[in-house]
Write a protein that binds this ligand. Structure first.
Ligand SMILES: O=P(O)(O)OC[C@H]1O[C@H](O[C@H]2O[C@H](CO)[C@@H](O)[C@H](O)[C@H]2O)[C@H](O)[C@@H](O)[C@@H]1O
Length: 282
């Protein structure tokens, strides 16, 4: 999608992106690669419970990860769900993988196999009780579907007759409901998630990069929830740490493609990029 290819490793279209890639290739042992899950490592499907990592994702990650400082999956999913749907546990090569779930509020490390998480926000239970009424009043009861996420709830409209219409009808009343109970609304691809404030993928990524003492970072994402991570990489770059922003392109979201150094063709393109990086690093 609009990038030049040298061998099979695409060339970023921006100078900053090319600097980020050069640094990663020159000093892989101090590089962090961080990736979103749905839409980036896992193709989008109508039923969120049936989302699974692209079949080539784990092999590509397992080939690449041992050459790097660390690989992290940064996702809106509960960490345990992303580990299960990704097939990330017990994989040779992924012994140092971390999954930062619930936009960074939770963390799973392959080394311990444990999830660490803060106490639940009381607003989630209150919001849960009010959801059916809001969905009914918005007139989308036949098309909206609630995903129970424990630490948050997500209202999906992908399976509605008019997914965008249902999304638009729900956005304002769900925002009012969330605000009443101290939560925020995280909009995504045909989904509105009501979740606790105070954490986002940008904060999570910055903390992770600092913890690892990384000298460069690659971040790949596809959705609005990834924009804070894009902003974090831009900030790290302005502080002197090279970085590469990759957009897993889709026809549903344009905001990331506009800011990315490299746009690849959805999860298929992302896993091809990961595999090409692994090959390039020999
Ligand atoms: O941060 P992510 O890993 O991208 O997770 C964000 C949300 O992704 C999931 O929903 C999306 O994927 C579904 C399965 O392909 C799709 O049906 C839905 O339309 C997408 O929005 C997930 O269900 C949510 O909980 C995540 O918040």
């Amino acid at each position: 999608m609009g990038s030049q290819h040298v061998d099979d490793l695409p060339s970023p279209r921006t100078r900053q992106g090319r600097d980020g890639l050069s640094k990663l290739l020159a000093e892989p042992a101090r590089a962090v690669v961080a990736l979103d899950f749905d839409g980036t490592l896992a193709p989008i499907v109508p039923d969120p419970d049936r989302a699974r990592a692209h079949p080539d994702a784990v092999p590509a990650l397992a080939a690449l990860a041992p050459k790097l400082a660390a690989v992290a999956v940064v996702t809106g999913r509960p960490a345990e769900v992303a580990v299960r749907y990704g097939g990330f546990a017990g994989v040779p090569g992924l012994e140092h993988l971390s999954v930062l779930g619930h936009y960074g509020a939770e963390r799973w490390d392959a080394r311990s196999g444990q999830v660490s998480a803060p106490p639940p926000h009381p607003g989630v239970a209150a919001v849960r009780a009010g959801l059916a009424g809001v969905i009914e009043s918005a007139g989308v009861a036949d098309g909206a579907w609630v995903e129970e996420k424990g630490r948050a709830v997500a209202v999906h409209t992908r399976r509605a007759q008019d997914p965008q219409g249902a999304f638009d009808a729900l956005r304002e009343p769900l925002t009012a409901l969330a605000t009443r109970h101290g939560l925020i609304v995280e909009p995504g691809r045909m989904v509105l998630e009501l979740r606790p404030p105070g954490m986002d993928k940008g904060v999570a990524l910055t903390e992770y990069v600092r913890e690892l003492g990384a000298s460069c970072v690659l971040y790949a994402g596809d959705d609005l929830g990834d924009l804070p991570a894009f902003a974090a990489v831009e900030k790290l770059r302005s502080d002197g740490l090279p970085g590469l922003l990759v957009c897993s392109g889709s026809s549903e979201v344009s905001e990331l493609a506009e800011r990315a150094d490299l746009v690849v063709d959805g999860p298929e393109g992302v896993v091809r990029l990961l595999a090409a990086l692994a090959r390039q690093l020999g």
